[in-house]
Design a protein around this ligand. Structure first.
Ligand code: PMP
Length: 308
């Protein structure tokens, strides 16, 4: 999406920190059965500077990693604190002091399918959040994909399995071929589902509406975070319900939310502009507050931060 990432020199693989280019596995690995998690650590006090890093919402991320593994019949041979230590070691080995994206990956071993490989690669990235960041207000022209989101009786959209991203990649490639910046999926019933790597939120008459988990979406940590802070801290009413395609076209604002893309405003869908102002005032308010939460400026949510 619109966040730029830069790969790291070191990663963690099956218990050791090694150079990323030397973290080797067999070419015979069954990678189609892999799962992963996308986690970010932000600089304390200012999402756009250098300094001390805190992982945002470690607990729900590690819980989802375990759920994704369980859905695929895999058992992770490390306790939560061992996985946290792996993440800390990876970030420290790279001497990172700017925002970091961490992506634990797990898949069955080719030679012993009951066992798994656990790898923790990391990247630095440039946030779209923070005050007048021009990356935030960049134009983003989206389309409704001609590909439907995978139904949960075919693949598990609620889990973070690599196989699901084949569906996302097809939609993204189609969008790029047609000169758009991204795609929105409908689910197999024809209701709005999610983006290719983020959940969708629609602003109509001051209210934020987002599809339910049964609309073939990933159980997003960011979505859950926003569903809490919007009504509690920003006095923005929220509604979790199915959204018809036509409602999207008649929205005041639309934005995507996810760990990777953070809060990403959308300029138009199928060439129909979203509202009168871009980025919309509600999206901006939410993004500014969310940036404060991520950087530990909001006392109430400091418990969501785990120091590296
Ligand atoms: N949907 C999909 C398909 C995703 O890949 C992501 C990114 N993980 C999300 C939604 C947002 O989830 P989260 O807020 O947990 O990053």
């Amino acid at each position: 999406m619109s966040v730029a990432f830069h790969g790291a020199r070191f990663c963690w693989i099956n218990g050791d920190v090694v150079e990323t280019g030397k973290a080797l596995v067999s070419a015979m690995e069954p990678i189609h059965l892999g799962i992963f998690e996308g986690i970010k650590a932000y600089v304390e006090n200012d999402v756009q500077s250098r300094g001390k890093l805190n992982i945002f919402r470690w607990k729900p991320h590690v819980e989802r990693l375990r759920r994704s593994a369980a859905v695929c019949g895999m058992r992770i041979p490390y306790a939560d604190d061992e996985l946290l230590e792996a993440v800390r070691k990876t970030v420290k080995a790279n001497r990172f002091d700017t925002n970091v994206y961490i992506q634990p990956r797990i898949w069955p071993k080719a030679e012993a399918p009951q066992e798994v490989h656990v790898v923790v690669p990391a990247w630095t990235f440039e946030t779209v959040l923070g005050g007048d960041n021009p990356q935030f207000s960049k134009n983003r022209r989206f389309m409704i994909s001609s590909w439907r989101r995978i139904a949960s009786d075919a693949l598990p959209p609620q889990a973070k399995t690599w196989a699901n991203y084949g569906n996302s990649a097809l939609a993204l490639r189609e969008a790029q071929r047609l000169g758009r910046d991204g795609a929105i999926f409908l689910d197999n019933r024809g209701f709005v589902s999610e983006g290719t790597g983020a959940c969708i939120m629609v602003v109509r008459n001051g209210k934020v509406i987002t599809p339910p988990v049964t609309a073939s979406i990933l159980e997003s940590v960011t979505r859950e975070t926003l569903l809490k802070i919007m009504p509690e801290d920003l006095n923005i009413p929220v509604d979790v319900r199915d959204i018809a395609r036509v409602e999207l076209y008649a929205s005041d604002e639309v934005f995507l939310c996810g760990t990777g893309g953070e809060i990403t405003p959308i300029t138009s869908i199928d060439d129909l502009p979203m509202g009168k102002e871009y980025p919309g005032p509600v999206t901006k308010r939410i993004a500014d507050y969310y940036a404060d939460v991520l950087s530990g400026k909001t006392e109430k949510y400091k418990e969501w931060l785990t120091p590296i």
